[in-house]
Unconditional design. Structure first.
Length: 316
C-alpha cells in the first residue's frame, strides 16, 4: 500500500475524511501526539489499527469526537463528567465513562469492556477532520507498538509508511505527551498522567484522585485475565469438537456453528472476535462449552489468541 501524504488544506482534510469513510486509516495531528485514526463504528477499520501498529493484544482505544454533545452519544455523563468536560474540553484529557447502550461503537474499541475512553481534542486540524468525517474516530498514538509516540508527520511516516492509507500533516504537536486519562466510572481515578495536571482536576472536583490501574497496567492482573470470559467454558486449539460443544472455526472447518473467518484471515478474525464470543456464549448457554479451532500465531492472530487465552483462563 502507498501511504498518501495530505496537507492540512481544506482539500487535504476532505480527502482524509473520504479515506476514513471508505474504512481506511489516517494518521492525524492532535495537540498531544499524532493519532492513528479509523472509524470507531467499523470493526474491520479498528482491527486494521491493531494490525498496522503490530499490537500483540487488544487494549481499548480512545474515541475522539468533535464536542461534548457527540460524546454524550457514546458515554454516560454524570455531574462530575459534565464539569470536567466543561473545564478541560477541548484539550489533552480523556475520560473513561460507562458505555452507552446501543452506542454503535465496535466492541474492539472498548475491548469488550462496559466503559469507553473518550476525548475532544483541541488541535484545529483534528477538529476539522472530525467535523468533515462526521463520526467517532478510534485513535491510539500513530506509532508501531512499543515505539515512541510521534509528534511530527515525519515520525509517523518513518514508523507506519506502507501500512496505512494516509498521513495528514498538521505540523508539530504542541503538548508532546499523551492526554491525561481520568477514570470516572467509579471513584475519580488517575489512570494515566498526561497533558492536564492531576492537581487541576482535583481542585475542580474537590477530591483527591485515586491511583487507578489502566487496562494496560491493571492493579489486579488476575482481574483482566478472565475479564472477557464468556459464561460458557472455553477450550482452545480444537481440531475435532466434542459432542455438545459449540465449535467456532477459523478457515475451512467441518461442523463449525460459527466462524472467526471462513477464509482464514486473521484481520477478519480480529474484527469479528467480540461479536463471535458473545454469539457463541448465547448458543452454548451458561453451562455449555465452546471450542475454538486453532488461530495461527501470526500478525493479529497473536492478539486474537491472547484474548482467547484470557477467555479460557480459570475463573475465580
Ligand atoms: O493523547 C492521547 O491520548 C493520544 C492521542 C492520539 O489522542 N492517544 C492515545 O491512545 O494515547 P492510546 O491508545 O495509545 O492510549 C489509550 C489508553 C490505553 O492505555 C488504554 O489502556 C486506556 O487508554 N483506555 C482506553 N479505554 C479504556 C477503558 N475503557 N478503561 C481503562 N483504560 C482505557
Ligand atoms: Mg501509545
Amino acid at each position: 500500500m502507498v501511504t498518501e501524504d495530505l496537507t492540512d488544506s481544506p482539500e487535504g482534510i476532505a480527502r482524509a475524511a473520504e479515506v476514513l469513510r471508505g474504512g481506511g486509516l489516517v494518521a492525524f495531528p492532535t495537540e498531544t501526539v499524532y493519532g492513528l485514526g479509523g472509524d470507531a463504528r467499523d470493526d474491520l477499520a479498528v482491527a486494521r489499527i491493531f494490525d498496522a501498529k503490530g499490537r500483540p493484544r487488544f487494549n481499548p482505544l480512545i474515541v475522539h469526537v468533535p464536542d461534548v454533545a457527540a460524546a454524550r452519544g457514546y458515554a454516560l455523563f454524570d455531574d462530575r463528567a459534565e464539569a470536567v468536560a466543561a473545564a478541560f474540553w477541548p484539550g489533552p484529557l480523556t475520560m473513561v465513562l460507562p458505555l452507552r447502550d446501543g452506542s454503535g461503537l465496535s466492541p474492539l474499541v472498548t475491548a469488550g469492556l462496559a466503559t469507553v475512553a473518550i476525548r475532544v481534542p483541541a488541535h484545529p486540524v483534528a477538529r476539522a477532520l472530525l467535523r468533515a468525517f462526521g463520526g467517532p474516530l478510534a485513535a491510539p498514538s500513530a506509532n508501531p507498538s512499543g515505539k515512541v509516540s510521534p509528534t511530527r508527520a515525519a515520525h509517523v511516516r518513518a514508523g507506519l509508511s506502507g501500512r496505512i492509507e494516509a498521513v495528514l500533516d498538521g505540523g508539530a504537536c504542541a503538548v508532546g505527551v499523551e492526554s491525561t486519562i481520568l477514570g470516572l466510572d467509579g471513584a475519580a481515578a488517575l489512570l494515566r498522567p498526561g497533558g492536564v495536571a492531576a492537581e487541576e482536576i482535583e481542585s475542580l472536583l474537590g477530591v483527591a484522585l485515586v491511583a487507578g490501574g489502566s487496562a494496560e497496567k491493571p492493579n489486579a492482573p488476575g482481574q483482566l485475565a478472565s475479564h472477557y470470559a464468556p459464561a460458557a467454558g472455553v477450550r482452545l486449539d480444537v481440531l475435532r469438537p466434542k459432542p455438545g460443544e459449540v465449535f467456532v472455526g477459523f478457515g475451512p472447518c467441518d461442523g463449525a456453528a460459527l466462524t472467526l473467518s471462513e477464509s482464514g484471515d486473521v484481520v477478519e478474525a480480529a474484527a469479528r472476535l467480540f461479536h463471535v464470543l458473545r454469539e457463541a456464549d448465547d448458543l452454548a448457554g451458561p453451562s455449555g462449552r465452546i471450542a475454538f479451532a486453532p488461530v495461527p500465531e501470526v500478525g493479529l492472530g497473536r492478539a486474537v489468541n491472547d484474548r482467547l487465552r484470557r477467555a479460557a483462563a480459570p475463573r475465580r
